[in-house]
Design a protein around this ligand. Structure first.
Ligand code: PGA
Length: 232
């Protein structure tokens, strides 16, 4: 069971330090926990979580090792910092920053080749679900991902992200089962995971963990979700 906190564009280095010190004191033993701060806070998180089992991942990664790519960060640079992995293809990157299945594939392959773990995000929009296109969308998004031991997929229905409208356990189970039929990898659920719905979602047999946005920003709610994963 893997619980990853996607901080999005929240918490600079000072806030990150406070969060990590508090997280160190919380008991999350026995759970695979990952935090994903913004690039500028990665070094702080790596330093302050050193010696714990809590891993640190980035929220994006470029496909080249270096080059004229203003504003991007490469996999070897993240490795040098001691970062363990990266999220790739989050729906916010697809929606606001022109991420496509092709760039998701390139980022994923480069990150894996450099020794990073990857959490690759897939998921349908509300309109796509209403039109009955969910499986087509998932098939297309998953088809570009390589089978790799260091790859985890996060099923994040776009309509559930930041809306407070989580998928039902049945919807999550069905989508995860479909993704696993395409690619044999662990699948995390993401989209409005909170302490009060985590146990039910995580109890589904095809749900291997959670990618948590808003509720990962507070140590108490994040650790409550981590602990719910033990009971599930
Ligand atoms: P949320 O975000 O938990 O705030 O819905 C999840 C995500 O975007 O990864």
């Amino acid at each position: 069971m893997l619980i990853a906190g996607n901080w999005k564009m929240f918490k600079g280095p000072a806030e990150t330090a406070g969060f990590c010190l508090e997280l160190r004191r919380a008991d999350v033993s026995g759970i695979e926990v990952v935090v994903c701060p913004p690039f500028v806070s990665l070094a702080t998180a790596v330093q302050l979580l050193a010696g714990t089992d809590i891993a640190v991942a980035a929220q994006n990664v470029h496909w080249d090792a270096d080059g004229a790519f203003t504003g991007e960060v490469s996999a070897p640079m993240l490795r040098e910092l001691g970062v363990y992995g990266a999220i790739v293809g989050h729906s916010e990157r697809r929606q606001y920053f022109g991420e496509t299945d092709e760039t998701v594939a390139r980022r994923t392959e480069a990150a894996l080749a450099a020794g990073l773990s990857v959490i690759a995000c897939v998921g349908e929009t509300e309109t796509q679900r209403e039109r009955g296109e969910t499986e087509d969308v998932l098939r297309r998004q998953v088809s570009v991902l390589p089978a790799d031991e260091q790859l985890v997929v996060a099923y994040e229905p776009v309509w559930a992200i930041g809306t407070g409208k989580s998928a039902t356990a049945d919807i999550a189970q069905e989508a995860h089962g479909f993704i696993k039929s395409l690619l044999d990898v662990p699948v995390l659920y993401g989209g409005s995971v909170k302490p009060d719905n985590a146990a039910e979602l995580l109890a589904q047999p095809a749900v291997d963990g959670a990618l948590v946005g808003g509720a990962s920003l507070d140590v108490d709610s994040f650790t409550a979700i981590c602990r719910a994963s033990i009971r599930s």
